[in-house]
Write a protein that binds this ligand. Sequence first.
Ligand code: ATP
Ligand code: MG
Length: 216
Amino acid sequence: MSTRQLTLALSKGRIFEETMPLLQAAGITVTENPETSRKLILPTNDADLRVIIVRASDVPTYVEYGAADFGVAGKDVLLEHGGEGLYQPIDLNIAKCRMSVAVPADFDYASAVRQGARLRVATKYTQIARQHFASKGVHVDLIKLYGSMELAPLVGLSDAIVDLVSTGSTLRANRLVEVERIMDISSRLVVNKAALKLKRERLQPILDAFAKASNP
Ligand code: ATP
Ligand code: MG
């Protein structure tokens, strides 16, 4: 492929939507809507730039292997993936939320921790959770889930969950309370390291426009 052609990896939903204004700032418009189109390769107004639609957690993999030159991924996804082989130049300040520990409203988390109880924690984010509890010296059994973490404590699968929270309404709807904020999360631009060298001329103006539009 020529050094003029660029592939950008995005996931559907909030990352796609919140990346559109940043692309706009770089003069790029995606000419098809991923929510209504079944296509996974979307054209843009720039014949040399295409967008591919992948699962949020697959973005680092496509970029690492160079199947995409650059992409947008949450800090959660990058920490779980490890970020090897990726250059992470910009925090885009989009898809903001936080990673938190939540428990059923009637579970006394503070005293369980104080008493040194071994906690069962269900999460999709096992790396972040492991690191968090290890740094606090709390013993946990991690139970890996792929979604609907809020359900786990309600049916006795776990004592607690580690999950992303934005408004807290999903937690409230399931009578869970946030007891610890692990970290703030936002999405980052990630760039393939080889592409950064070979396609710098094409990439740099886009990176500059993204940086300007996302960190005003
Ligand atoms: P999938 O739906 O493919 O299983 P996912 O749920 O992680 O993956 P999205 O829901 O599209 O994918 O979330 C993409 C990214 O947006 C996450 O990695 C995270 O960084 C961020 N995010 C997730 N939930 C929220 C939220 N409630 N508010 C703001 N940002 C969020
Ligand atoms: Mg989701």
